[in-house]
Ligand binder design. Structure first.
Ligand code: CU
Length: 217
């Protein structure tokens, strides 16, 4: 009885128990091959009650009619800068739910920015060039990362508890696994994504219309 009470008191005084989630993801690609570069796979813990770290700025550069990086994961409240390094106009926009925005036309050396306030997946396009696409995955807790090229990942300081571990890839979609984080130490997770049946579909411009066939800029 006395020891149970003591443990309870110590438990209150101790810092919040947290563990490290490590693991590996892989993506099955067309023809039964495995994707060899997994650095655009996002891995995150869903359901953790912790606020994302105070937001810094993140950058997605437009150069050579492409967004770099193509895939970005940020905590909600993060401002993403979209500098245009091309001598031609681009028009960054998204029509993804609460994260909808439109930065209008600008070219080098101008930049625009948007603060992502809502968790979710924002698909980002250019209203002039349909081939330009990026994804900003906005999370409501700080436990997210992009995988290393070999598919390994590590998420530190996750409070002890039960969650869902998720992985997302542009062509492989989303997959999830149950996750039980111990009070200290490590837990390992493995996630498998399947991009073998992926089909790229054309997207609409910011007006909800098809892009015109001839590129004017
Ligand atoms: Cu463009």
């Amino acid at each position: 009885m006395r020891s149970a009470l003591l443990a309870a008191v110590l438990g209150l005084a101790a810092p919040a128990a947290a563990g490290t989630v490590t693991g590996r993801v892989d993506v099955l690609d067309k023809g039964g091959r495995r994707l060899t570069d997994l650095s655009d796979v996002v891995v995150y813990v869903d359901g953790a009650r912790a606020k994302p770290r105070p937001a810094a700025h993140a950058t997605v550069t437009m150069k050579g009619k492409a967004f770099t990086p193509r895939v970005l994961v940020v905590g909600m409240g993060t401002t993403v800068d979209f500098p245009n390094e091309d001598p031609i106009f681009h028009n960054v926009f998204s029509v993804s739910g609460d994260n909808r925005f439109d930065l209008d036309l600008y070219k080098r050396p101008k930049s625009g920015s948007w603060t992502f306030l809502h968790p979710g997946l924002a698909r980002v396009y250019c209203n002039i060039h349909p081939q330009m696409s990026a994804v900003v995955l906005v999370r409501d807790n700080p436990f997210f990362t992009k995988a290393a090229p070999d598919g390994s990942f590590s998420l530190e300081g996750v409070p002890a508890g039960r969650y869902t571990l998720k992985a997302w890839h542009e062509r492989g979609g989303e997959t999830s696994a149950e996750l039980v984080v111990p009070a200290d130490g490590r837990v390992a997770g493995e996630l498998h994504l399947d991009a073998s049946a992926y089909k790229q579909l054309p997207h609409k411009n910011k007006f909800g219309k098809d892009y015109s066939a001839d590129e004017k800029y």
